[in-house]
Design a protein around this ligand. Structure first.
Ligand code: C5P
Length: 222
């Protein structure tokens, strides 16, 4: 089946807008595999460590090109495998998110990951979540969403998530990291974080997770 015949739904938006849990549930309801593209940037960040973005570009590209990405399971239970294994919890911290954001400004990183993401989209009907899914990676997607929320709401959500994982969480530090990551993601030259012209923008600040899932499922099924 050609990629154009695959069903692709995209969800983009900034850190902490509630994309991950909403995307997973919506994928299950819509019968689509779930692709968390932030996890691909985080996998590279974890592999390279804190100063990864400052390594020679050729070395970063070679390390990334040697990594393999695949999907196991289906719907809400889809797992992204990196070199055959799920991403460790250590990749989910704000700190690794910052390293990932540093690497995400590099066009060579975006290019290699764009191709890997499009290859996954040729193997399965997908709900793809990230920053540039609707604008750059899957511009032909059948339905596009852009989730947003105020930085304060996003920081409290992240604080709750980290606490639930038993990880240290400091609201002020998280808010500061979210603002810095937003600034870098929005202002980078390569694939900046912006809604696609044809995306449905949903501000989740005042909405429950159930309400956001319902809106997405209804709009994507129409
Ligand atoms: O979504 P998540 O917080 O896991 O993403 C980590 C970082 O990876 C983001 O801050 C962003 O810089 C980068 N990213 C990206 N494009 C994507 C997904 C993530 O630039 N499609």
């Amino acid at each position: 089946m050609a990629s154009s015949e695959r069903r692709i739904v995209t969800i983009d938006g900034p850190a902490g807008a509630g994309k991950t849990s909403v995307s997973r549930r919506a994928a299950g309801r819509l019968g689509l595999a779930y692709l968390d593209t932030g996890a691909m940037f985080r996998a590279l960040a974890l592999a390279l460590g804190p100063g990864g973005h400052a390594l020679p570009e050729g070395e970063i590209a070679a390390r990334l090109a040697a990594m393999t990405f695949s999907l196991a399971g289906s719907g809400a239970e889809t797992t992204l495998l990196v070199d055959g294994a799920p991403l460790p919890d250590a990749a989910r911290t704000e700190e690794v998110g910052g390293w990932a954001s540093n690497l995400a400004v590099l066009p060579v990183v975006r290019e290699i990951l764009r191709r890997a993401q499009q290859a996954l989209g040729q193997c399965a009907d997908l709900l793809a979540e990230g920053r540039d899914m609707g604008t750059v990676v899957f511009p032909e997607a059948s339905r596009k969403f852009f989730l947003t929320a105020s930085p304060e709401v996003r920081a409290s959500r992240r604080e709750r998530q980290l606490t639930a994982l038993g990880k240290p969480a400091d609201y002020a530090a998280i808010l500061d990291a979210i603002r810095r990551r937003d600034d870098q993601d929005i202002h980078r030259a390569a694939s900046p974080l912006i809604p696609a012209d044809d995306a449905l923008v949903i501000d989740t600040s005042e909405l429950s997770e159930d309400m956001v899932v319902e809106r997405i499922v209804t709009a994507a099924s129409a």
